[in-house]
Design a binder for this molecule. Sequence first.
Ligand code: SAH
Ligand code: SF4
Ligand code: F3S
Length: 469
Amino acid sequence: MQDKENTTFGPKSFPVNSDMGKIHGVFISTYGCQMNVNDSERMLALLEMANYVSVSSPEEADLIIINSCSVREKPVHKVHSEVGRYRVLKSKNPRLRIGVAGCVAQQEKGQLLKDIPLLDFILGTDAIDELPDIVGRLYENSDFSRANAKVVSARFEHQKPYHIQTLVRNPGVTAFVNITKGCDNFCTFCVVPFTRGRERSRPMAHLLADVHQMTARGIKEVTLLGQNVNSYKSDCGAHFAHLLQTLATQTNIERIRFTTSHPKDFNEELVDVIQNHRQKVVEYIHLPVQSGNSQVLQRMNRGYSRKEYIDKAHLILNKIPGVALSTDIIVGFPGETEEQFMETMSLLDEVPYENIYAFAYSPRPLTKAAKYTDAVDPQVQSDRLTRLLAKHREIAFKLAKQYEGQIVPVLVEEFHSDLSRVAGRSPQNKMVHFGGTQELIGKTVLVRIKEAFPLTLRGEQVHLGETLQ
Ligand code: SAH
Ligand code: SF4
Ligand code: F3S
């Protein structure tokens, strides 16, 4: 299935700086999820076209951007304190401009400029492609020490179709590709629908074009990104399973990862596509459960019960042997009783998660749960978090041990010259370290696992001629 529309897309205009031609340094500090990591990469790619070069410390920069995250507590406070650290730099360098992008920028908009006078601009999550123009506007008067007009761009483009081109500056082994933006699920604890706006999918034809270009530039693995990749829907009608199948069969990409999957939209067709294309589609699924108790799940507006979740997880485990699962869990959601929490604990016995990301609930502005009046005591929250993590540590250790002696295909991403070692990931998303040379970067090699830890594995390359067992 293919989209019919034409595939000319991407950034159309480039900015004008009053001192265009000179190279300036930009420093971006990135918080939050892979979406933000990828947005920072996009900002850098756009700014490079406008004569900026990425620098590794704020001291070298003429432009500092804080790409913020608002998903948990005190995000505004974090922005305040980071900008505070740049006060001295600003007094030394009159050309320095500081902006906030990402989810805190979208949430607070112009209020942040009022609260933090050192800031020059606010860039909402839907306004990234405007960044070069905005930076140009910040330098409209040539006397850099004069107070310039400040800029706020934080409107959602609800009506515009989501047409972008993935921008990768220095292609490495792996790259992120946004397939959707926004979220329409409104889980009652979550700020993301307010900071990322309504859900929109990129046309499948654009994604195919992106991945073709990436493989031509040597990229071996893509990670498809969305808050809920399973609700992807192209304008040609293709949904996520079709997209995976199309990328697996019509491009030369060697590996496809994706995150995040929402349990309510994870169906058997998708499981079958993953199973049928497991040479390319990795055997690793991040399936956030949030709670093991059905009443809490209902209050969270997650759209599934404990049983429905467990049934789906078991379907995945049965149909894709060797698949690795991970999850997100919130403890101490308003009203969560000890008994309900114990159901989250016992879920770990039912679903073998290799990795969990667990957090204590914190109220977020604009969300429904922020109005719930039955908050759990912070001490109880932190006690539950400790117990959950301790329980999982043991499980993770045992699950990791099963890899010892196995031979796994590793796509090599890094070379550590000091140790004469390389590192790359297995299809189950484990980082695997083994002896090797720089030439292995970008290659998929078989590695026999000697020692397993919960997040990393150590092994040796299996050489041709050696008997595989
Ligand atoms: N779209 C993804 C999650 C994005 S937010 C999904 O649906 O799974 C990443 C994780 O942060 C969530 O899965 C949740 O576990 C956690 N989280 C979100 N809001 C939170 C809050 N108010 N308090 C604590 N953790 C939260
Ligand atoms: Fe947040 Fe729920 Fe959307 Fe995930 S699915 S981003 S948790 S509202
Ligand atoms: Fe944070 Fe926004 Fe991602 S709130 S987790 S940066 S979508």
